[in-house]
Ligand binder design. Structure first.
Ligand code: CAA
Length: 259
């Protein structure tokens, strides 16, 4: 039987997905992205899961789209198959639960773009980010010119996209791409703890908060503020808002029931 391309483990309310093509630094093929899409949907539909962590291995989160697979494809091959559409976008199109990218090692090209599709990135101190596609005679195709620019601004995005250079975890954190850096030792365990903290909150309210932050990138400030207010009001229709506020007043731990 062939190796599974994406491994799933559930750990204390957190679905941990591990890209599993170490021999090619987790190069992202159509098959990997189909497996990832299916694994993400399974966690999205699992009521026991409140947060998801996506990771690779110490050497590579993912070193990009699979260059060996795509090198000979024609324009018509990629156009007709809508290459980098479909399952490559399951994360964006279908996942409402929070997803943390736990990045150690290389996150290059499609690997950096996949990390940016997640809700936030926690980097190990050995992480390296980059969009090296220009060196291959192509450009980023999974959002690199768009999400990276929104994350770190035009000047730095241009620097990375036009030169193809890598940036280390410190530079990525100070530029705003990475939310936090953690030591490589026990890295995944520590990221899972962060995710377990989120999984212990009200999952529907967490999903509402995620949707509102994402709206900030799609709307004017005024529309975004209106949208946020509406969703804030909507949280008052949940039992979890009552539980959270009563628990605070009663000086006890809240017990959210996702209702
Ligand atoms: N696709 C296919 N195979 C890859 C790969 C990729 N993106 N990245 C690495 N590999 C393979 C290598 O070919 C090598 O395989 P073999 O052992 O069979 O030769 C194996 O992984 C190990 O890689 P290296 O020997 O190159 O390892 P290294 O430590 O010397 O270098 C690296 C590491 C700097 C990350 C280097 O592998 C590298 O530059 N990889 C390519 C990075 C890249 O250009 N990514 C962009 C891809 S295009 C893209 O992603 C388009 C998009 O926007 C979606």
């Amino acid at each position: 039987m062939s190796e599974q391309l994406v491994l799933t483990k559930i750990d204390g309310g957190v679905g941990v997905l591990t890209l599993n093509r170490p021999a090619v630094l987790n190069a992202l093929s159509n098959e990997v992205m189909e497996a990832l899409g299916e694994a993400l949907l399974a966690l999205e539909n699992n009521d026991a899961v409140g947060a998801i962590v996506l990771t690779g291995n110490e050497k590579a989160f993912a070193a990009g789209a699979d260059i060996s697979a795509m090198k000979d494809w024609s324009y018509m091959d990629v156009y007709k198959s809508n290459y980098i559409g479909g399952p490559w976008e399951t994360m964006k199109n279908a996942i409402r639960k929070p997803v943390i990218a736990a990045v150690s090692g290389y996150a290059l090209g499609g690997g950096c773009e996949l990390a940016m599709m997640c809700d936030f990135i926690i980097a190990a101190d050995n992480a390296k980010f980059g969009q090296p596609e220009i060196k291959l005679g192509t450009i980023p195709g999974l959002g690199g010119t768009q999400r990276l620019t929104r994350a770190i601004g035009k000047s730095k995005a241009m620097d990375l996209v036009l030169t193809g250079r890598m940036m280390d975890a410190k530079e990525a954190e100070s530029a705003g791409l990475v939310a936090r850096i953690l030591p490589l030792e026990n890295f995944l365990e520590e990221v899972v703890k962060v995710a377990q903290g989120i999984a212990g909150l009200s999952t529907p309210v967490v999903m509402m908060a995620k949707q509102c932050v994402n709206a900030a990138l799609e709307t004017t400030l005024e529309q975004g503020l209106q949208y946020e207010r509406r969703v804030f009001h909507a949280t008052f229709a949940t039992q979890d808002q009552k539980e959270g506020m009563n628990a605070f007043v009663e000086k006890r731990q809240a017990n959210f029931r996702n209702m």
